[in-house]
Design a protein around this ligand. Structure first.
Ligand SMILES: *Cc1c(COP(=O)(O)O)cnc(C)c1O
Length: 378
């Protein structure tokens, strides 16, 4: 039987969209870059690195072709041996970078309220580990204080996959980007600031930054005597310009994004069985994603059923991160070193709702109303 009832949203509401203002300035710059012949290694990538360093208040920024590449290069440049500890509740690329850099993986559990790497779960996994790779999940910064203490006490580096963290603030009010030995942002289209594809590595270690610049250039310092096996990890000039351009408007857009997230929070407030991510006092999320946890018993319907009902009305959602990394085929041979009950619970109950910086506030309101109606008929 064909369902002829009209959908609530006649057009698909996307889960995420890049906010790119293709204005006259952009048009002119892209044309100028294409005509200049300097498609890479030119002035715009350097300009973007400087502007990002000022915005993030961090000593060194190295632009790369993607966050995955950046993480691989950081791990390679730190010359570590042993396994890397990472949350299983993250996007697959966090683990892939560790694997490509030649390390074993130890999956750790997450905190049930903040959904970020749980320091108490990390502690027992530390003996013999090479590094800890925390993830600022959906834009909520990791619990850096305890993680730093644990890493310091074992003499290993604390690195952050900051793919979701552009625009987030730590509890002390400083920008995400300055607390890890290195932090790596993603600028791919679903992230809070996009350059098409791209990534930024931030660090306050000048020697590491210099090594990373060599690493993204095949390990070639310029004399064609490569010092180690680097990669082509360069950012293009067009992406560099997109970064400069987007960064000028970023404070505005991240403010809009936060107000949309607040609208979701107030619009769904009081509905039983829905839980939002806890943001530690003093911290600020970039809201890369707006996730909710669906407790089927109290909401009256499972996460999967809610996703299906929303999809029927043209509202796209994602089941981030399901399956969790340790449940994925690629990682089925990784030795289990810990139970991951919170991760498994989150993977089975999480859904992310549509959110992008230029999303009309009215649509957020209508999605909240729709979820209320779905709940009422559950
Ligand atoms: C998107 C993402 C990445 C990968 O970023 P790319 O720039 O696409 O390589 C890594 N980690 C997390 C948590 C992500 O969400």
């Amino acid at each position: 039987m064909t369902d002829l009832s009209p959908r609530r949203f006649p057009e698909l509401v996307p889960m995420a969209r890049p906010t790119v203002e293709a204005d006259a300035e952009m048009e002119l710059a892209v044309k100028e870059i294409l005509q200049s012949g300097m498609l890479t290694n030119g002035r715009y990538v350097r300009e973007f690195e400087e502007a990002a360093g000022a915005y993030l208040d961090v000593g060194h920024v190295v632009a790369v072709s993607s966050c995955t590449t950046g993480l691989m290069l950081v791990l390679r440049c730190l010359e570590l041996t042993g396994d890397v500890i990472v949350p299983s509740f993250t996007f697959m690329a966090s683990g892939h970078a560790i694997d490509w850099a030649g390390h074993g993986i130890r999956f750790a559990d997450s905190n049930p309220r903040t959904w970020t790497l749980d320091p108490d779960a990390v502690a027992p996994l530390l003996p013999g580990a090479a590094a800890v790779l925390g993830v600022h999940t959906f834009g909520v910064p990791c619990d850096t204080g305890p993680l730093r203490e644990l890493c310091d006490s074992h003499g290993i580096p604390l690195i952050f996959d900051a793919a979701h963290g552009f625009g987030s603030r730590y509890r002390d009010g400083t920008m995400v980007g300055g607390k890890g030995v290195a932090e790596v942002f993603s600028l791919s289209p679903t992230k809070t600031l996009s350059t098409g594809e791209g990534g930024l590595i931030t660090t306050n270690d000048a020697a590491l930054a210099a090594k990373l610049r060599m690493a993204r250039e095949y390990g070639n310092p310029g004399d064609y005597d490569s010092r180690f096996a680097g990669l082509n990890g360069r950012m293009t000039e067009v992406s560099g310009f997109m970064g400069v351009h987007a960064l000028k408007r970023f404070s505005h857009w991240i403010g809009v994004r936060r107000s949309l997230a607040d609208r979701y929070r107030s619009g769904l407030d009081g509905l039983p069985g829905l839980e939002f991510q806890a943001i530690p006092a003093g911290a600020a999320s970039s809201y890369k994603d707006l996730g909710i946890r669906v407790d089927a018993a109290h909401f009256g319907m499972s996460r999967d059923a809610l996703a299906e009902r929303l999809g029927r009305e043209n509202v796209s959602t994602r089941k981030y991160f399901s399956p969790a990394m340790h449940q994925q085929t690629a990682y089925r041979d990784v030795p289990a070193v810990a139970e991951l009950p919170v991760t498994e619970e989150l993977a089975s109950s999480m859904i992310t709702l549509p959110l992008y910086s230029h999303m009309p506030a009215r649509v957020v309101g209508e999605i909240c109303d729709l979820i209320r109606e779905i709940h009422a008929t559950a």
